[in-house]
Design a protein around this ligand. Structure first.
Ligand SMILES: [Mg+2]
Length: 247
């Protein structure tokens, strides 16, 4: 059983999108593919214009979704239709309905990682700790991303919000992760790029945490250390180990 194997070992949990796997870059590859394959130049001046309009609508819809103003189905059915409506495409409804599934499918095949992702996972394991992915995301898509990008051999546990229908920052997902790995809260460190989900949940769960702030937002939430890149993340994990209880 994994429980006995992992007893008394510390574990670094990492968020997937934009922490290990370069969501922003990969998303743009998938969107540019749709632009080319569906001849969206009929309605947009450039692939960049298409991508910019999509990202703006997607961002606004996610904001509404996170505030429980729309459902996930509404988000997914609107985010491709709206940029096409903006530019007067007569196929907005048809392509909008089709693109969401196709985009997610293309996305799962993209393989670009955040700089230093593999090195960090190898380093964590070389220090005798275990690794986990803790992600809000769709099960099938996230597993494909992990597999296709070469992360899988370096990840001991994968825990997704979909597994139990509860998202970060809800503490219950962190408790579930502890159970899956057979660890306690004191043995868990969270690394993620989102202060409101990854970090807040970890702090609430009594975990140590490191915020990855690649874009230099400058926010220092919840008193946790802030790393500018994945190399710096090692420094903070090392400090947790040196000072650290139960490491
Ligand atoms: Mg993220």
């Amino acid at each position: 059983m994994e429980t006995s194997r992992s007893l008394n070992r510390d574990i670094v949990w990492l968020d997937l999108d934009d922490t290990l796997w370069d969501f922003k870059a990969n998303s743009r590859v998938a969107l540019a593919g749709l632009y080319a394959d569906y001849d969206l130049a009929r309605w947009f001046g450039s692939a960049d214009e298409w991508i910019e309009r999509y990202e703006r609508h997607n961002h606004a819809l996610w904001d509404r979704y996170n505030h429980a103003l729309i459902t996930k189905d509404e988000l997914m059915s609107s985010r491709f239709r709206l940029p096409l409506e903006d530019v007067g495409s007569p196929m907005a409804a048809e392509l909008g309905a089709r693109f969401d599934g196709e985009y997610l499918d293309r996305l799962a095949e993209c393989t670009r990682l955040v700089d230093g992702a593999i090195d960090l996972l190898e380093w964590i394991k070389s220090r005798g700790m275990m690794t986990g992915v803790l992600s809000n995301g769709f099960t099938e898509v996230q597993h494909r991303k992990i597999r296709n990008s070469g992360l899988a051999p370096l990840v001991d546990f994968t825990v997704l919000s979909d597994d139990i229908g509860i998202n970060k920052p809800d503490v219950r997902l962190y408790r579930h992760a502890e159970q899956v790995a057979g660890t306690t809260a004191a043995q868990c460190i969270m690394v993620g790029d989102n202060p409101d989900t990854d970090i807040r949940g970890a702090v609430d769960a009594g975990w140590k945490a490191v915020l990855l702030d690649r874009e230099n937002c400058g926010e220092i939430p919840h008193g946790v250390p802030v790393a500018k890149n994945l190399v710096d993340v090692r420094v903070f994990i090392g400090e947790f180990q040196d000072t650290g209880a139960e490491v």
